[in-house]
Write a protein that binds this ligand. Structure first.
Ligand code: GDP
Ligand code: MG
Ligand code: ZN
Length: 406
């Protein structure tokens, strides 16, 4: 395998709150993703934390690491694969909905703390979301091994085995680690390199989902040195090049009296970055940053999260209504007790997750499994996209199924 200038795989960090996702991501990538505030901006966004890593292998002792010199024998290491990790800091409650609607991950690390009973409600919810999405590449991480004795670790291992029986993760590797102490990270790296790289669609018109947006300028930068607004996210399909004329939808939100309206933006791609690498053109794969000609005020503090980017004139308009074919689960999964999922009702609010955006929809029409919803925040819904559906139950959004855009 040859190393590319772009990450080839997007790996999601999933699992119950406090089981060690963010800590593990820090060990694997050297970066913390929990540094920004966690509120849902505009009522729709979830900030995804991306961190890239290059997996390397020792030329002499075959140790997997991200260090240039082998930590075991000090020999040089060689680059094997460039990957992106995706964390959803602080949003475990919504993650299952996100996961089932997002076209953003190719594989998942399912993190399970060894010092607790398995499965915890969100562990279960996240695994079911992966199944709904049809995602098969799962690596199970048995974390916090430093906190348990051998007997407890073995008992927990049996619980994990039982829990995943009959699911997509039935034969997934289970790697015992301590994320806090950085123990056994090499086995995670090794398993990641075994995951097949998915085939990407490079022929269709480019579609880019905005997961972050920033102003990268330091205060006091002179006008001629100012960078344009930056969009971070994932190119789902097609190829984006420097100089491409793009449009961003639904676009910028403007408050008018009591109402918020959305104005699509058009601009030009000035630069493309994959981590520290500058690219002339980007192919679908891991996370990217696009520098645009936009005023950085427009992209500041994640203002454009949830938007879709395409070539000028090629994107459908954002819409305040959405038609879906729904698939509901038989029983609720994110709760301690299993209860049946009640049918959808007219007038009911449903939390929708599609790609990098979240919106609440009210069911207006209902026929068999097809529904028509009105949306609080407009969405660019591409036909065939998967949508995670969650219902509010005693204050928490719970994944109840998924839908497909009609
Ligand atoms: P997240 O909610 O899944 O992202 O979990 P975090 O990574 O934020 O970790 C939650 C807490 O568990 C933090 O206090 C971590 O320091 C701690 N933690 C994570 N991994 C380990 C581990 O391997 N051993 C121990 N003892 N603590 C850990
Ligand atoms: Mg976290
Ligand atoms: Zn070595």
């Amino acid at each position: 395998m040859t190393i590319t200038k772009q990450p080839l795989l997007n790996i999601g960090m999933i699992g119950h709150i406090d089981h060690g996702k963010t800590t593990l991501l820090h060990q694997l990538s050297g970066k913390w993703t929990d540094t920004h505030s966690e509120e849902l901006k505009r009522g729709i966004t979830i900030k995804l934390g991306y961190a890239d890593a290059i997996i390397r292998k020792c030329l002499k002792c075959d140790f997997y690491t991200r260090e240039k010199k082998c930590p075991i024998c000090s020999e040089d290491t060689k680059e094997l694969e460039y990957v992106s990790f995706v964390d959803v800091p602080g949003h475990e409650m919504l993650m299952a909905t996100m996961l089932s609607g997002a076209a953003i991950i190719d594989a998942a690390l399912l993190i399970i703390a060894a010092n607790e009973h398995c499965p915890k409600p969100q562990t279960k919810e996240h695994l079911i979301a992966l199944e709904a999405k049809g995602l098969k590449n799962v690596i199970i991480i048995q974390n916090k091994l430093d906190l348990v004795r051998k007997e407890q670790a073995l008992k927990n291992y049996e619980e994990i085995k039982n829990f995943v029986k009959g699911t997509v993760a039935e034969n997934a590797p289970i790697i015992p680690v301590s994320a806090r102490q950085g123990v056994n990270m090499e086995f995670i790296f090794e398993e990641i390199t075994k995951i097949p790289i998915p085939k990407r669609d490079e022929k269709s018109d480019p579609i880019f989902f905005v997961a972050r947006s920033f102003d990268v300028n330091k205060p006091g930068t002179s006008i001629e040195n100012l960078s344009g607004g930056v969009l971070g996210g994932i190119l789902k399909q097609g190829i984006l090049k420097i100089g491409d004329e793009i449009e961003i939808k639904p676009g910028m939100s403007i408050k008018k009296h009591d109402k918020t309206i959305y104005v699509p933006l058009t601009t030009k791609v000035m630069n493309i970055f994959s981590g520290k690498n500058k690219l002339d053109e980007a192919k679908p794969s891991g996370s990217l940053a696009l520098e645009s000609e936009l005023d950085p005020l427009l992209t500041k503090s994640d203002k454009l999260v949830g938007c879709v980017v395409g070539l000028k004139g090629k994107l459908p308009d954002a819409s305040y209504s959405l038609k879906l074919k729904t698939n509901l689960f038989k029983s609720m999964i994110g709760t301690e007790k299993e209860t049946a999922v009640q049918p959808l009702k007219i007038g009911e609010p449903i939390l929708l997750s599609i790609n990098t955006s979240i919106s609440v929809g009210i069911i207006q029409k209902l026929k068999d499994s097809n529904i028509e919803m009105s949306l609080k925040i407009p969405l660019v819904a591409l036909k065939g996209s998967k949508v995670g559906l969650a219902r509010n139950l005693s204050g928490h959004w719970r994944l109840i199924g998924w839908g497909e855009v009609l």
